[in-house]
Design a protein around this ligand. Structure first.
Ligand SMILES: [Zn+2]
Length: 75
């Protein structure tokens, strides 16, 4: 798709790292699939992936873990 930030680049498949903070908890997801602009480097993560990351973050937070680093796996 066309990049919404620079409006000249095209996005390509890529992977990124997402860090979420929940109160006392920090969760790092590696290998999260995303679209990356080949011009400005802006990253776009699909809504359903963002939602699943937030759900996992809630579970980790309620389990009392303070730092959690994991590979993202598609549901
Ligand atoms: Zn761009």
């Amino acid at each position: 798709m066309k990049c919404m930030i620079c409006k000249s680049g095209e996005t390509v498949d890529g992977k990124t790292i997402v860090t979420l903070n929940r109160e006392e908890t920090v969760i790092v997801f590696k290998s999260v699939p995303c679209q990356v602009c080949n011009n400005c480097g802006e990253k776009y993560i699909e809504q359903n992936i963002t939602e699943s990351l937030l759900n996992i973050a809630e579970e980790v937070n309620s389990s009392g873990v303070q730092v959690d680093i994991r590979e993202y796996k598609a549901a």
